[in-house]
Write a protein of this length. Sequence first.
Length: 184
Amino acid sequence: MDIGSTIRNIRKRKNITIAQICEETGLSQGFMSQVETNKTSPSISTLDQIANALNVPLAFLLLRKDDRMSIVRKEERQMTTTGSGNLKITHLSSVGGVRMTLAELPPGASTGTEPHAHEGKEVHFVMQGSVYVEQGEDSATLSEGDSFSWHACVPHLVKNVGDGPAVVLIAIYKETDLDLEFDL
């Protein structure tokens, strides 16, 4: 972990001097210097004091860099196609076991000819168009602004039944690592 560099970066960004941190926490400047250069590891109690002096949550100091906020710019998004009718899938972002995707279904397009199942849970929001959804013995036709969710382990199907394209925002949760394979 690189806690010291994180502390130094936050301190500098907020224009706080080591002396000001020491004055507020009661720590010595030598100790703070060693913390910031990762030459010593402070206790949780000491980190909490430093976090308070920096006005940041203690948890933020403990996060690894790759566990912090992740940004995917529009032009950096990965796209794939799948299903009958070439569903266009835009991979928006992911963290932990949660992934956000945007599915664009041309008129008549569906996730396949037969319902399919896979690991995970999904929440869907119909942003545009009209879709028919089926899972097990349940089915419904949904329009713009409607939402639905399901356990993906039960066979399911989504089909665009409108005259224009349908766009569905999807949040997928899986306990195992997520790949870029689309599972709608």
